[in-house]
Design a protein. Structure first.
Lengths: 256, 256
């Protein structure tokens, strides 16, 4: 069966997350329903990142197998038609090798977290940012964040229900910068633990607010204890921006 | 009575426009209701720009009179509290002179129009952009737009129900540029006719799509005939970005 790779944007607000659940709408289900309406096939759509309820995607990647050959552009157009009115949009469809796996082959995932840091609540970006009224020191947050870059045991920053076998991960980048009224946190790694980015953001917020000293972040990491973590930031500020693949299957794609 | 100047952001989606209407929600009414809840006073809030249904604001300006003195920051905070859950947010409140008039003293209004120019529909910016699938030539749009800059009789680009006494206006800037997947049209003038910006955008879109030659825009302007106008662009891509004042009342504020 021919395999296709899809790049997706979605608004996480109405969904219980990426993953299909029995009783609540999910982005995966919206997509699988669109495939069913288009082809009559009950395809399984495998996503690269299992985003939580309320988390958005600008560049989620997924793969699926279909029984017939589709011209990728036509597949994208037809699925976008059948996705309506769900807030899920296919940005790109490509033919993929039979061995391509959206989740297991991913070599990098990039997330963006948006904090709106001003007194007035968001009118236009409601549900798209974490609104924090107290002025945050973005530079202090960035400095503290550097303790989290590299290969570490991230037990402190891992949700209790995380299913990963090991708490050891390598964070390639964790960058905090002020962009107008917003603070943006960019995180890149091959893979993340459950709630890892939101745990980072909630902890760094404590530094930005002056409640934690920058060194407290390194101490929290070293504690390897979930109770040493700051609060977990809410989901609506988080975006899965991009997933990269540079394994054997897709040697040409170092910067999609 | 002390007068206050407010700078506002709102999501135009749920509103019949800025202006209060008997039977439909408006941004003005949301604000006047919040003032009533806060102060018990039925204040009239006068806005600088009477945005249409579905049009958004990033920097609408309004003024109102209250019977007692308020510290402006406290007024902003209290009104933002009472505005919930309406998607209207007060970005700034200032004490204003008794002679300040948000609408009549404005010396410049700046609008932004966002076109999302890609095949895939917007998932996250639904209701925030005009989605156009056909690739548009932004440079041709910009060149054609320059015929509309300056002092002209804009009868062609004026809604039938426009109440302005004269169709003559001076457009200070009309700039079209590509910003990633979007095309942004920035329009600046002391004041605009009803539907003028959306009439500009709908007409320039015809040029960008190749259906009109750039010179057709100048010809449409010279026709001084509403029927010579291109289609009127939909409201959801339009934002009132800023209102400027540099009259006698506010000599210091040339670039707010």
């Amino acid at each position: 069966m021919p395999r296709y790779r899809l790049t997706l944007e979605y608004d996480g607000s109405p969904f219980s997350g990426w993953q299909r659940q029995a009783d609540r709408p999910s982005a995966q289900q919206a997509l699988e329903d669109a495939v069913l309406r288009l082809t009559g096939e009950a395809a399984h759509v495998q996503g690269a990142g299992r985003t939580d309820a309320g988390v958005h995607a600008l560049g989620q990647v997924a793969h699926l197998d279909l029984s017939r050959d589709w011209e990728p552009f036509r597949l994208m157009e037809a699925l976008n038609h059948h996705l309506r009115p769900a807030p899920v949009s296919i940005l790109r469809a490509e033919a993929a090798g039979a061995e391509f796996h959206a989740r297991f082959d991913a070599t990098e995932r990039e997330y963006l977290y948006r904090i709106l840091n001003r007194r007035a609540p968001p009118a236009l970006d409601r549900g798209r940012v974490w609104h924090l009224r107290q002025p945050l020191d973005a530079e202090a947050m960035h400095r503290a964040a550097q303790a989290l870059v590299g290969r570490h045991d991230f037990t402190t920053f891992r949700a209790a229900l995380c299913q990963a076998k090991s708490p050891v991960k390598t964070v390639d980048e964790l960058r905090v910068s002020r962009v107008g009224e917003e603070i943006h946190i960019v995180a890149r790694a091959r893979s993340f633990l459950h709630n890892q980015v939101r745990s980072f953001v909630g902890t760094l917020e404590r530094v930005g607010a002056g409640a934690w000293a920058p060194n407290d972040v390194a101490a929290a990491l070293e504690a390897r204890d979930r109770s040493a973590c700051g609060p977990v930031a809410p989901p609506q500020g988080l975006y899965l921006v991009a997933v990269k693949y540079d394994g054997v299957q897709r040697p040409s794609e170092h910067s999609p």
